[in-house]
Design a protein around this ligand. Structure first.
Ligand SMILES: NC(=O)c1ccc[n+]([C@@H]2O[C@H](COP(=O)([O-])OP(=O)(O)OC[C@H]3O[C@@H](n4cnc5c(N)ncnc54)[C@H](OP(=O)(O)O)[C@@H]3O)[C@@H](O)[C@H]2O)c1
Ligand SMILES: *[C@@H]1O[C@H](CO)[C@@H](O)[C@H](O)[C@H]1NC(C)=O
Ligand SMILES: *[C@@H]1O[C@H](CO)[C@@H](O)[C@H](O)[C@H]1NC(C)=O
Length: 299
């Protein structure tokens, strides 16, 4: 064998192994991690950040599938509008909401979430969708006052503390009626690599992923967990990113349909386009991946 043949053969073997490492876990997920959404339909689907973007699209899609909805978001008039909009679309839908602004929720987290939990007690919740999230596109030293705090507060506290208060209720549901519950958490492809001008955001998304998978393991006997890692969805949150112009972006309604249509436990992208995007990012070794991300999203 000539030298160059050995080089190509080595590349081919590495490539094949790498592809297997993508395909085998995907097959396992596809075949063995199925969720039947109907089993949670007796309770409310509680969605945070339900008045815009992915949260609103998911609210509509859950309502279309006949689920009862409890929205939590910050703007009273937007909440009323979304409720009216969905009731006009699906006449029999049952939509309730709680107005809560998470931006200062970390200041006195115990008190804030205990009082929110008092209001949640009026509903039997079977699905928690930890969707609320904010991002900002600035380098660390140029972040506006309060925005760093807002990102850490909104992206981390609600999902952590809502789980803290709702998991005991989920355990009770299981003990009493053998009914399982579901938690859907939102991470992001931004956790796959660090993105320039998104240091705080991508780090909070890594937190969401690890927290989600660790607690999923702790309560797997009665709670199902899905961690979703979207690529670029066309919403206000991604509006400031140049990346909205790249291929493989998805509209929120299409994203919500695809997500609920293919929902499984474990980590997933929610849409085939984002599966490709995510694997493109992670296929290459980390330093090369970082190099490409830095060229795509210059400072
Ligand atoms: N869009 C993407 O490309 C993308 C990619 C990866 C991951 N994600 C993740 O997906 C999730 C949803 O993103 P999105 O793009 O749908 O965002 P979005 O369009 O900006 O919507 C965010 C929702 O959260 C609400 N919200 C924001 N701050 C809040 C606060 N302090 N208290 C209560 N509610 C608040 C907003 O309320 P208002 O209606 O009042 O604004 C809105 O309903 C996030 O966790 C995000 O990290 C998004
Ligand atoms: C709430 O939403 C309405 C309608 O979109 C908007 O006019 C208003 O400024 C928002 N209020 C706050 C406090 O953001
Ligand atoms: C994600 O899901 C788990 C449930 O397994 C939950 O305990 C956790 O609080 C959620 N939140 C975050 C930040 O991932």
């Amino acid at each position: 064998m000539e030298d160059w043949e050995i080089v190509w053969l080595t590349f081919a073997i590495f490539g094949a192994v790498k592809i297997l490492c993508v395909i085998l876990p995907w097959l396992y997920w596809k075949l063995f991690c199925c969720i039947n959404l109907k089993q949670y339909s007796d309770g409310y689907v509680c969605i945070t950040g339900a008045t815009d973007g992915i949260g609103k699209a998911l609210t509509k899609e859950f309502a279309r599938r006949g689920f009862k909805i409890l929205m939590i978001s910050r703007n009273q008039s937007k909440l009323e509008n979304v409720k009216r909009e969905i009731e006009a679309l699906y006449a029999n839908s049952e939509i309730q909401f709680i107005q809560a602004d998470f931006s200062m929720s970390h200041k006195n987290a115990e008190e804030f979430f205990a009082s929110l939990n008092e209001k949640l007690k009026n509903y039997e919740i079977s699905v928690l969708v930890n969707n609320v999230g904010v991002s900002d596109k600035k380098d660390l030293l140029n972040e506006d006052d309060g925005i760093i705090e807002n990102q850490i507060g909104v992206n981390i506290y609600p999902s952590t503390l809502l789980a803290y208060y709702l998991i005991p209720e989920f355990l009770k549901r299981y003990e009493v009626g053998k009914k399982r519950s579901l938690i859907i958490n939102f991470s992001s492809t931004a956790e796959l690599g660090y993105f320039p001008n998104s240091a705080v955001y991508s780090a909070t998304k890594k937190y969401n992923h690890f927290f989600s998978e660790a607690t999923a393991y702790e309560y797997k006997q009665c709670i199902d967990t899905a961690t979703i890692r979207p690529g670029v969805v066309i919403t206000d949150l991604s509006a400031t990113m140049k990346i909205q112009k790249y291929p493989l972006t998805v509209l929120p309604d299409d994203y919500a349909k695809s997500l609920l249509g293919s929902l499984r436990t474990g980590v997933s992208y929610g849409h085939w386009k984002h599966f490709i995007f995510g694997n493109f990012l992670t296929f290459l070794p980390f330093p090369i991946q970082s190099f490409i991300i830095q060229r795509l999203m210059p400072l």
